[in-house]
Design a protein around this ligand. Structure first.
Ligand SMILES: C[S@@+](CC[C@H](N)C(=O)[O-])C[C@H]1O[C@@H](n2cnc3c(N)ncnc32)[C@H](O)[C@@H]1O
Ligand SMILES: [Zn+2]
Length: 180
């Protein structure tokens, strides 16, 4: 497999160094249109009890993709360098793909909001995205913020969208009962 990667990164993107966000990031090398596919990640599916924070490059190589299931990158690759932003330009398509949420210019960093995929506490940190509305700390509970549900509609990982739909149904039902 020398020279081959397990993930497919769009040829319009490359990884480069990013000192403020732990070492590396992913950047556009040419313009990207809204809706274009940016990456399809590959790797091994592991269960929650196999997730071990002592693994080398743990936060780079583990991505929650379902309730109790995680995608584990087989080796550090450029596609493992996508950082979080509180003002993202990318969002999920299914469990292992990312698309552009808007047009992206050459030179821009490509980021998603980790609230779109993280539903447990395995990757939490103080955010240095620098956006005026930065929420400060990124946590495994951020998906539950109603202000993000509308902003990222259609871009959440499917298992989180199911959680959100369930919560919305419960709230609507309570509201109906209160009005009856
Ligand atoms: C999937 S890795 C992304 C690649 C990472 N920058 C690196 O150099 O390996 C996720 C980790 O990157 C860092 N990171 C990502 N987005 C960040 C942000 N907005 N602010 C600070 N650190 C960030 C955090 O340490 C997080 O656990
Ligand atoms: Zn931020």
């Amino acid at each position: 497999m020398a020279g081959k990667f397990y993930s497919h990164l769009s040829p319009k993107l490359k990884s480069d160094s990013h000192a403020d966000k732990g070492g590396c990031g992913v950047f556009a090398v040419e313009p990207v249109k809204k809706g274009e596919l940016l990456v399809m990640w590959g790797g091994r599916i592991i269960t929650e009890d196999e997730v071990d924070p002592a693994m080398p490059d743990f936060t780079q190589r583990v991505l929650q993709i379902e309730e109790g299931l995680f995608l584990f990158s087989m080796a550090m690759e450029p596609a493992d360098c996508f950082n979080h932003s509180c003002d993202p330009n990318a969002g999920f398509t299914g469990q292992i793909g990312l698309v552009a949420m808007r047009d992206i210019e050459a030179g821009e960093e490509v980021c998603f909001d980790y609230a779109m995929c993280d539903g447990t506490h395995y990757d939490e940190f103080d955010c240095s995205c620098g956006h005026p509305h930065c929420r400060g700390r990124v946590t495994g509970d951020d998906w539950a913020r109603p202000d993000l549900w509308e902003r990222y509609a259609g871009y959440f990982m499917p298992y989180l969208q199911r959680r959100i739909d369930r919560l919305t149904r419960e709230v609507n039902q309570k509201h109906k009962l209160a009005m009856a």
